[in-house]
Design a protein. Structure first.
Length: 66
């Protein structure tokens, strides 16, 4: 639960930024196939657009469920 706070206390801030960038990139790559499936005819095959669309759909669904 407090994993990120422990990292900030232990590691320098630039290393925490590198971890954040890495995890953000992994989440974008994992969200790409679902965004591509949902936006098949509406958008060109773009990593950023498809990933952001799928992440926003998941965030909306999660917000509505909880």
């Amino acid at each position: 639960m407090f994993f990120s706070l422990n990292l900030i206390e232990i590691l320098p801030l630039y290393i925490v930024d590198i971890f954040f960038f890495f995890f953000f990139f992994v989440v974008m790559l994992l969200g790409y196939p679902i965004g591509r499936y949902l936006l098949f005819n509406y958008c060109e095959n773009n990593l950023i657009k498809n990933s952001i669309f799928s992440l926003s759909v998941f965030a909306t669904v999660k917000f509505r469920l909880f």
